[in-house]
Design a protein around this ligand. Structure first.
Ligand code: ASP
Length: 354
């Protein structure tokens, strides 16, 4: 990690950095009044990410990918572009990279296929779009946006979503386009664990004996543009060996994704069932909107108290309309990066970094 700007973060540092208003230690100081702030934060999944199980090569690959994705979004914001365009650009970089559990590199279902989920939300209008159980749309995040912009509905699923994608002229691919060797190996290990659990009566459903790597690598982004508009998006392959058309939190507006200019924008990653039950993304922003919490208090309460008490693992990226960023998570690591008018590019992986 040679970069001077990289690998700050961690829970503590996230708070410190955020506590500085992302403004280089100037408290919650308002940005230069001549220019409204712009900001982007991204994640590439949370889970058991430790130095012990990470090679230097893999760490460098993640760092490069996170940097590339952040830059793709930030360039758009710098040029005066729209926060939703920035979110889509950042997420598409990660969908196209097999390191992440989204697009290429998505996890496998129990039946050995891929079913992808995605969602977007705009803070100015509170318009939203989501796709679930999609098998043949190359960029699920693009589809979520098309659903928001060009359909009468918020969420489309499975074959209907694919039909809509085709009608909109989106690129379709064979399901095998999303294949990757490392995810296939994960499926084999997951199936083995499931078989063992059937014999012992152990409850995989209750998260026992379930390797967290099996659902790690969901991607998401939140952005603030010069017009003061927030946007959020999330894209994932879900959980390895998922069955029966299982849908996680990522395409659920309010659970995995939320944006409201009056509070904040959030994208989540973690054990989706818990994020759905506790409507994590919307809960954080509701605390900001109705309780008057800042994003640091709201994010910490939901991730470190509500979710921990429930037994849910994962994290979120949060951005407010002043360009303040907070990225709390209750796992060993979360792939994450951010950049704003108040701070240069920062990249983090582990929970102990400064
Ligand atoms: N939240 C995703 C899901 O449950 C997985 C993850 O973010 O790791 O589908």
């Amino acid at each position: 990690m040679q970069k001077t700007s990289v690998l700050l973060t961690s829970l503590v540092l996230g708070t410190l950095v955020s506590g500085c208003g992302e403004s280089g230690g100037a408290g919650n100081q308002q940005p230069d009044s001549s220019e409204s702030p712009i900001a982007i934060a991204i994640h590439g999944g949370a889970g058991t990410i430790t130095r012990e199980n990470m090679s230097a090569e893999r760490e460098a690959q993640f760092t490069a990918a996170l940097e590339q994705a952040t830059e793709a979004g930030y360039e758009i914001l710098e040029a005066g572009g729209d926060s939703m365009d920035a979110v889509i650009a950042a997420i598409q970089v990660m969908e196209d990279n097999s390191l992440f559990n989204a697009g290429i590199g998505a996890v496998y279902t129990y039946d050995g296929t891929h079913e992808l989920d995605s969602s977007v939300m705009e803070g100015a209008t509170m318009n939203a779009g989501a796709a679930s159980g999609v098998k043949t749309v190359k960029s699920p995040i693009h589809l979520a946006r098309e659903i928001m912009d060009n359909s009468r509905h918020v969420m489309l699923s499975a074959d209907g979503a694919a039909q809509f994608a085709e009608e909109q002229g989106l690129e379709l691919v064979d399901n095998s386009y999303f294949n990757s060797e490392h995810r296939y190996e994960q499926l084999q290990r997951a199936l083995e664990q499931l078989r063992e659990s059937e014999q012992t009566g152990d409850q995989i459903a209750n998260n026992k004996n379930w390797d967290p790597a099996f659902n790690m690598g969901t991607v998401g982004a939140v952005a603030l543009d010069r017009d003061g508009n927030l946007a959020a998006g999330t894209s994932t392959g879900g959980m390895t060996a998922k069955q029966y058309g299982r849908i996680g939190d990522s395409p659920i507006i309010g659970a995995g994704t939320w944006a409201d200019n009056q509070s904040c924008a959030v994208s989540a990653t973690g054990h989706g069932e818990y994020f759905i039950r506790h409507h994590v993304a919307a809960d954080i922003c509701s605390r900001v909107k109705y309780k008057g919490d800042d994003i640091f208090a709201a994010g910490d309460a939901v991730i470190h108290e509500v979710l921990v008490d429930a037994g849910g693992t994962g994290g979120v990226i949060i951005l407010d309309a002043e360009g303040q960023i907070h990225m709390p998570f209750n796992t060993e690591g979360m792939y994450r990066a951010s950049q704003s008018s108040h701070q240069p590019l920062r990249i983090g992986i582990y929970n102990d970094e400064e």
